[in-house]
Write a protein that binds this ligand. Structure first.
Ligand code: ATP
Length: 332
């Protein structure tokens, strides 16, 4: 019988548990043994492995986080680490290793290929949606929902006090989470890596919009969504600069790690089940070093390398959508 092992690596994301569950249940149905390595690639090095059973999967689909825990692992980036991992996989007689993680984790999985003969399959799990070769990643939809719920609340207090708020959201170096959260919360302005070019011009735009609204309607509230790693000096600096040019107090809100937690929304659960069951259907087939993703509604296999060779960024329509968002409140 086949032995399938699964691990979760890199930034944790809601829906990773739903994916583990789908893998374990599919393996049981196929008659495969299934285990989990703990704390990402660390579990391969120590080694630290647990047996996963269908009973353990009860009540799991809705739980955030990952029962296998996640972590970064520097030693896995070195050759001796990869060789040690290969030895432990062989000792445990693992046939297929399924890695749920982001593009960094896929780099690792691909590097392992040079030292281990078993089958390697990656599944995209990250709130950033920054993995090329798949339209969506497990955790992305939940993170949007979490950010939107928080921004709605910020909006309430912003309106009550006629204040300016800058809300910083995650996303690594991509604007998927930032733009989606801004659109769904009808924020007033959005700053994401793909659409940002120059700080002074952006500040001038913000100032002009706030001034126009003040002239028309008196005191205003204004919510800006800012992607992490974009603004020189960060969210606090942006608030200072907005205050300087408008004379209004601007408050920073950093959503931070709340975006990584929480019960997964249905879309993430469904995606996790689709990708997890498909991965198990590939066990023993002549396909390895791949990621299973979703493209135009269909489950696809792509070589792991495609997931990081090109930086995945917002589509062509992003600028027009963002402009619509930024203008909407000035035409009322
Ligand atoms: P997220 O983007 O959500 O944080 P990620 O999977 O991209 O997820 P990373 O921290 O980039 O997260 O990578 C996770 C782990 O993958 C690293 O800690 C390391 O163990 C492994 N890894 C990354 N790059 C390599 C590489 N070039 N060779 C071997 N292992 C790697």
């Amino acid at each position: 019988t086949k032995h399938v092992a699964v691990l979760t690596s890199g930034g944790d994301a809601p829906g990773m548990n739903a994916c583990i569950r789908a893998i374990v249940l599919s393996c049981e149905r196929a008659g495969y043994r299934v285990s989990g390595f703990l704390r990402g690639y660390n579990g391969l090095l120590e080694p630290d492995r647990i047996t996963l059973t269908a009973e353990r999967m009860h009540n799991l689909i809705q739980q955030g986080g990952t029962i296998l825990h996640s972590a970064r692992c520097e030693r896995f980036c070195e050759e001796d680490g990869l060789k040690l991992a290969a030895r432990h996989l062989n000792e445990a007689e693992v046939d297929t290793l399924i890695v749920i993680g982001g593009d960094g984790s896929f780099h690792g999985a691909h590097a392992l290929k040079a030292h281990w003969q078993g089958q390697i399959i990656g599944l995209p799990g990250t709130i950033d949606n920054d993995v090329d070769g798949t339209d969506a990643t497990i955790g992305y939809y939940t993170a949007i929902e979490t950010a939107v719920n928080s921004i709605d609340k910020v909006r309430d207090t912003a309106d009550a006090f006629d204040r300016v708020f800058v809300v910083e959201v995650m996303g690594r170096h991509a604007g998927f989470l930032g733009l989606s959260a801004a659109l769904a919360s009808a924020s007033d302005f959005v700053i994401v890596p793909e659409l940002f070019s120059e700080a002074q011009a952006t500040l001038a735009q913000i100032r002009q919009q706030i001034m126009q609204r003040q002239q028309r309607r008196g005191p205003v509230s204004y919510v800006i969504v800012l992607s992490e790693h974009v603004w020189p000096g960060g969210v606090t600096r942006l608030c200072e600069e907005v205050s300087d040019i408008t004379g209004l107090e601007a408050r920073p809100v950093t959503l931070g790690h709340v975006q990584r937690g929480g019960s997964p929304v249905s879309q993430d659960r469904i995606l996790a089940v689709k990708l997890g069951t498909h991965a198990v259907s590939l066990v023993g087939k002549d396909v390895t070093d791949i990621m299973v993703g979703i493209s135009s509604g269909a489950v696809v296999n792509v070589p792991l390398q495609t997931t990081w060779q090109k930086q995945k960024t917002l589509g062509e329509d992003a600028r027009a959508t963002a402009l619509c968002l930024m203008n909407q409140r000035y035409q009322d």
